[in-house]
Design a binder for this molecule. Structure first.
Ligand code: ZN
Length: 57
């Protein structure tokens, strides 16, 4: 199964939660997460990774 790369935001999630996206991109990510369970799962993983990194630093 091949995901639609134009729509999914999983590659942007790291930058999104790190606050590195510009407001337009960040808003697009936020709206996509509201409609896409797959990317919400990815978001949960990204949040866990960022939390783990924050503990290390
Ligand atoms: Zn998605």
């Amino acid at each position: 199964m091949v995901a639609d790369h134009a729509d999914h935001v999983d590659e942007l999630l790291g930058a999104h939660f790190a606050g590195a996206l510009d407001p337009v991109e960040s808003d697009a990510v936020h709206r996509h997460l509201e409609i896409c369970a797959g990317c919400r799962d990815s978001a949960d993983e990204v949040i866990e990774v960022l939390a783990a990194l924050a503990l290390i630093e």
